[in-house]
Design a protein around this ligand. Structure first.
Ligand code: 0A1
Ligand code: ZN
Length: 853
């Protein structure tokens, strides 16, 4: 156990200190003798010293390993061992390192390295888990081929690459593609598979499998189709083919993240791969399709070309998120995907970028890399690539990517390598653009306009507030997509991309008959906060006429936000023109139902709190909640006459299909049902609950009922029906917390943590309850402080079992400085209590310290 004083001195790693490893790893041969509490791992690794290496020390990472023996060229050696690894004298010539270690997967609750989940063995090595399996230079720039022998009683024994031999109790795998250790994987269990095949465009036949626990085999078909679609899409959109004889996916119940792209052996949180109409909602289906695509796309962007060091994480993650977003846009509706992504960016990345955890997309220092798998690295990283593509154009983007794959295949690269490819293939100088990677914080973009003699001028001013360690910011390159509309709503200037490079810059449009209405930042062409003095009339005009669907939604979103803010600040009634505009859109059958559902989705209460804070008001979570309730109630009443018909028109008939069109209709139908439930006492929702033959409708009905403080019987029935299904039970746990009124949220969450099916050991279950608590704005921030206290209690309890999930959940506190002094005091008290916990993990200590700063 580390003392709090020792934690404060946790080592910080710096990008500027990068030094290559002093040895080449020629080959890795591993043997696993599996046993739950005493697995033996034998390694045979061929090292070649690099002549003239800057760091000639032979250091192998290793944590919590019991070293049984170590040999160099067959002769026993006695390395110097510390908590982080070992060092040893080595020959000046190539040599063979052999070690045997013992590890205890059954006691590994941190779910990093080799662990057990539901009786099966599995691994998670990103970012630094391999060092918990054996001694190794566990850094992404050390790449080697791996041969793996697994000895175990389990029916299925899997590792990376292609199978070499399989027999009872033994399997051997060889991965011909050199890879870093973080992509290593091993799975062993009594699993069943859903098999298929895929023929690549050059005619190579690939065996595909989704491996699951017996009983889950009927939940694999959708994931398999998503995998095949992803393989085809990557060939067509990026010219990338799969490169092994086999591609395995395994579903695991206990997993810290969504999924992991291990070479040829992707490991998935079961919630991100298992799907059936009866147990999964439309949102689950869409997410599963996107995550399968994401992990598959990593095969090129991450695996074939990997990161030199973890500071470059966005190199693989930003690009792969960007690619999976393109895929989803192609498979479903591009504008709906863009709107959903921006909602998510604002909900998760903007608060991070504007608070104490703000960091550059390419950070320059960290203590615990696991804390940097953030919305900034992933989602803002993807936004940067979107901007780059917009600036250079589609064709040049594709050419640059071809060059990237050609030039860097098999390498561990940096952001400099990535940008160089664009510079070389387009002739552009990207020095200023690179600031997007180096500077943290969300830029604000102020807009002013003028019109004279047919010339319309837009003047933009950019600024970024200081962020931790970065007091001053330089202007960035901002692509601003703009269109202009005349007073009839016709487009007089189609979308054009203005390239802003200065702190303040004007752009003119000539030859206009009258002052136009601008549609600025179409498709959300840059991750910035637009500040413009504009009227609700103009917003309503754009909501009705803009040809850019994103900006149409944005106008509606702004109207809704302003209506709520006015209600909170002045107690005003809901804005009538906003309600009118909304009603028109909801009834407009020419619009995509998925888009109409998004228009009906109110801005989150946390967004309203942030907007109030930015305007100099202390957000009162209860008032924000009350305003949201009143607005929804008023909308329901105004739409009262048309709701039954709208409900009937949007009800999808026939057997459930998870396609985007049906899902969009059901999304709208669900919104209408929740409005209807406010008026009919829950009759329609109860009927829907009883008749539902799919989880989307069953869940929507239960959610509508519980939110209206009804549905006790249905909730019990749901429990009876689904108590044996882990993933559905996560929904049951989460929904009760999410639907609770603010004063009861913490109490209900607390009660659920006493439920026999609650466990700290399963991250999905923990997140279901505690994530729902943190996500319930008014409930979590209830003035009693009960929400803060409960979360802190559970984080303290979880930390000694699973530091990674604990640390991630600490982000619930990151917005604390928005709130009033009493709430800040309550939160500070809980953060201090966590920080003072004896033996606190490095992960959690880093997060809490940064949030408190
Ligand atoms: N690379 C995976 C996600 C992942 C990241 C970190 C992990 O442990 C710290 C585990 C998984 C992805 O992007 O899908
Ligand atoms: Zn990823």
């Amino acid at each position: 156990m580390t003392s709090p004083a020792a934690q404060a001195e946790a080592e910080t790693f710096y990008l500027k200190d990068y030094t290559p490893f002093g040895f080449e790893v020629e080959s890795v041969q591993l043997t696993f003798r599996l046993a739950p509490h005493a697995t033996r791992v034998l390694s045979q690794i061929r090292f070649t010293p690099k002549p003239g290496a800057a760091d000639p020390q032979f250091f192998l990472h290793g944590e919590k390993l019991n070293l049984i023996s170590a040999k160099i060229d067959g002769v026993a050696v006695s390395p110097v061992i510390t908590a982080e690894g070992l060092t040893c004298d080595t020959p000046a010539e190539p040599f063979l390192w052999e070690a045997e270690v013992e590890i205890d997967p059954a006691s590994n609750t941190a779910l990093e390295g080799l662990y057990m989940s539901g009786g099966m063995y599995c691994t998670q090595c990103e970012a630094e888990g391999f060092r918990k399996i054996t001694y190794y230079p566990d850094r992404p720039d050390v790449m080697s081929t791996f041969t793996v022998r697994i000895e175990g009683d389990e029916e299925v024994l899997l590792s990376n690459g292609n199978p070499v031999s399989q027999s009872q109790g033994l399997a051997e795998w060889h991965d011909p593609w050199p890879k870093p250790a973080y992509l290593f994987a091993l799975v062993a269990g009594d699993l069943v598979n859903h098999p298929d095949t895929f023929t690549t465009r050059s005619g190579k036949e690939v065996e595909l499998n989704i491996w699951v626990r017996p009983g889950d085999e009927d939940k694999c078909a959708f994931g398999m189709e998503a995998l095949k679609k992803s393989m085809t899409w990557d060939e067509e959109a990026y010219g990338r083919e799969y490169d092994l004889d086999i591609f395995n996916i395994v579903a695991v119940d206990d997993f810290n993240m969504g999924a992991m792209e291990n070479k040829g052996l992707n490991v998935f949180n079961s919630s991100c791969v298992l799907a059936s109409p009866e147990t999964s909602t439309d949102a689950n289906f869409e997410r599963i399709e996107a995550i399968i695509a994401h992990e598959y796309f990593h095969n090129w962007t991450g695996n074939r070309i990997t990161c030199r060091d973890w500071f470059q994480l966005c190199l693989k993650e930003g690009l792969t998120v960007f690619r999976d977003a393109q895929f989803t846009a192609d498979m479903r509706s591009a504008s709906v995907k863009r709107i959903s992504d921006v909602i998510d960016l604002r909900a998760r990345q903007f608060p991070e970028d504007q608070g104490p955890l703000s960091h550059p997309v390419r950070p320059e220092e960290f203590q615990e890399i696991n804390n940097f798998y953030t919305a900034t690295i992933y989602e803002k990283g993807a936004e940067i690539i979107g901007m780059l593509k917009r600036l250079v154009g589609d064709e040049a983007y594709r050419k640059a990517l071809d060059l990237y794959f050609d030039r860097h295949d098999g390498q561990a690269c940096t952001i400099e390598d990535w940008l160089q490819v664009f510079e070389d293939s387009t002739g552009r100088d990207l020095t200023q653009f690179k600031r997007w990677y180096a500077q943290a914080g969300t830029p604000r973009l102020k807009v002013a306009e003028s019109f004279a003699d047919g010339t319309y001028t837009l003047t933009f001013e950019q600024s970024t507030a200081p962020t931790p360690g970065q007091p001053d910011k330089d202007p960035r390159v901002i692509p601003i997509a703009v269109g202009l509309l005349n007073g009839n709503g016709d487009e007089v200037q189609p979308t054009t991309v203005l390239e802003m490079t200065q702190a303040k810059q004007s752009f003119t449009f000539e030859g206009l008959a009258s002052k136009p209405v601008p549609s600025i930042l179409r498709e959300f062409s840059a991750p910035v906060i637009l500040e413009r003095d504009t009227s609700n009339t103009e917003r309503a005009f754009l909501l009705a006429h803009d040809s850019d669907l994103f900006n149409r939604w944005e106008a509606g979103n702004a109207l809704s936000r302003e209506a709520r803010i006015a209600m909170v600040l002045t107690g005003a009634a809901p804005d009538a023109s906003y309600l009118d505009a909304l009603q028109k859109l909801v009834r407009d059958d020419s619009l995509d139902p998925a888009f109409r559902a998004l228009i009906l989705q109110p801005p989150s209460q946390s967004d309203i709190a942030q907007a109030l804070f930015e305007r100099g008001h202390l957000p009162d979570p209860q008032k924000i909640y009350d305003a949201a309730e009143t607005l929804t109630q008023t909308l329901a009443q105004q739409l009262a006459d048309s709701l039954p018909r709208l409900y009937a028109d949007t009800t999808v008939q026939g057997p459930y299909q998870p396609d985007a069109v049906s899902a969009g209709k059901r999304a709208l139908n669900g919104r209408i049902l929740s409005l209807l439930t406010r008026l009919d006492g829950g009759d329609q929702a109860s009927r829907q609950y009883d008749a539902a033959d799919n989880m989307t409708q069953q869940y929507a009905a239960l959610a509508a009922l519980l939110t209206a403080e009804k549905g006790t019987a249905q909730s019990q029935a749901f429990y009876q029906q689904w108590q044996g299904d882990r993933l559905v039970m996560d929904k049951w746990f989460a929904l009760q917390v999410a639907a609770a009124p603010p004063e009861a949220t913490a109490h209900i969450a607390s009660r659920l943590t006493e439920h026999p099916l609650f466990t700290l050991k399963n991250p999905n279950r923990f997140r279901a309850v505690m994530g729902a608590l943190a996500g319930s704005h008014a409930g979590f921030h209830h003035a009693s402080g009960a929400g803060y206290q409960l979360l802190a209690d559970k984080l303290i309890a979880l930390d000694s079992l699973n530091p990674q999930t604990t640390a991630r959940m600490c982000t619930a506190f990151q917005t604390w400085k928005r709130y009033d002094a009493p709430r800040q005091a309550l939160i500070r008290q809980q953060l201090r209590r966590i920080k003072d916990t004896k033996g606190l993990s490095r992960d959690t200590n880093e997060m809490v310290s940064r949030i408190l700063d």
